[in-house]
Design a protein around this ligand. Structure first.
Ligand code: ADP
Ligand code: NA
Length: 327
């Protein structure tokens, strides 16, 4: 078929934040009309670190509902939960037996997460990039839209596909990373050198899509800033650059127009404007979210249907792989 296929996903840990939205979900909303699209909630990835079961279940549903509230259309795209499609775990095992451990030992995100966790690091956390490779390659996508932070994992996925094809004959499509420059790396509100993340222990570090207007005002007010008058996109001023970028992406203005607008003022004037822009931008997403979770059975129906449509594609790929391996 001439239609190109894409696949992407977010972990259901905590809440979807502005980094996930600007780096991923917002692009999916545009791309779903140009590609055959698969968007999953990767709950098996969340299990790589300890989770409270009730909280995980709730976060999985909340994440799926936020995909829809953000504008993913389940009539157009396939929206599903990773653990509903068992082919993901089966292909992971098959890849486990194909990949040397030193490919995983190089993964920067593993090293960072393992250091943060300290004492107990699960085999699953180490194996996470293989599960991600399985998630992707099952759907034979052409493109994988992800944030900059996923570049190394995507490279590993490509290496796995190539190795499989080299050993067993052309089977898996080698996908390209589709990394947007803008929004590719939204930074923490508290540390301009760290990316905004669900795993940051401080909620003040991130904008959650479901934060109330008052909470948004508070977070922007408390966001780290500098005392320099006149705001500019300047690598030496990571806080100014990050917040101006957010302003630019949400307002739809050009970079120059944004700089001009705040050229004579400091953070004191800029922050309230940014807060109000955020509040208005997120309001319809929050409203749609409330409607979606308020309708009994609606979300479950979407996810059941999504799992069926995803399974049809995933099983076909898994069947090819099993056959090539002699299973
Ligand atoms: P988190 O790091 O918050 O747990 P995930 O690992 O679940 O987020 O990433 C889900 C998607 O969101 C990926 O495509 C990732 O590249 C993107 N993403 C995550 N954090 C950011 C960020 N701070 N800026 C831009 N994109 C991000
Ligand atoms: Na992450």
């Amino acid at each position: 078929s001439p239609t190109k296929r894409i696949l992407s996903g977010v972990q259901p840990t905590g809440q979807l934040h502005l980094g996930n939205y600007l780096g991923a979900v917002r692009n999916w909303v545009a791309e779903q009309h140009h590609y055959e699209s698969f968007f999953c909630v990767v709950d098996l990835h969340a299990l790589t670190v300890p989770q409270e079961p009730a909280e995980l279940r709730q976060a999985t549903r909340r994440t799926a509902a936020l995909y829809l509230a953000s504008g993913i259309d389940p009539q157009v795209a396939v929206v599903f939960v990773q653990s509903h499609v068992p082919a993901h775990t089966e292909l992971t095992w098959l890849f486990n037996c194909l990949v040397p451990t030193n490919w995983l030992e190089r993964m920067i995100q593993f090293k960072e997460k393992a250091t943060k966790l300290g004492s107990e690091v699960s085999v699953g956390l180490f194996d996470y990039p293989i599960l991600q490779a399985a998630d992707i390659l099952l759907y034979q996508p052409h493109l994988v839209p992800v944030g900059e932070d996923q570049r190394q994992h995507l490279e590993l996925t490509r290496d796995i596909a190539r190795r499989f094809n080299d050993r067993f004959g052309e089977t898996l499509r080698v996908p390209e990373a589709d990394i947007r420059k803008e929004g590719a790396r939204v930074m923490s509100l508290q540390d301009g050198t760290a990316k905004m993340s669900k795993s940051d222990p401080s909620d003040l570090s991130r904008i959650n899509l479901l934060d109330s207007p008052d909470r948004l005002r508070e977070k922007i007010k408390k966001a780290k800033s500098d005392p320099i008058m006149g705001l500019r996109f300047d690598p030496e001023r990571p806080e100014a650059t990050n917040l101006l970028t957010v302003y630019q992406l949400l307002s739809g203005l050009e970079r120059d127009a944004v700089e001009k607008r705040f050229a004579e003022v400091g953070f004191g004037k800029f922050k309230p404007e940014l807060a109000e822009l955020l509040i208005e931008y997120l309001r319809p997403i929050r409203d749609r979210y409330d409607a979606i979770v308020g309708e009994t059975g609606y979300l479950d129906g979407i996810l059941r249907d999504g799992a069926e449509r995803a399974s049809a594609v995933a099983s076909a790929t898994l069947g090819l792989v099993r056959e090539k391996l002699g299973l």
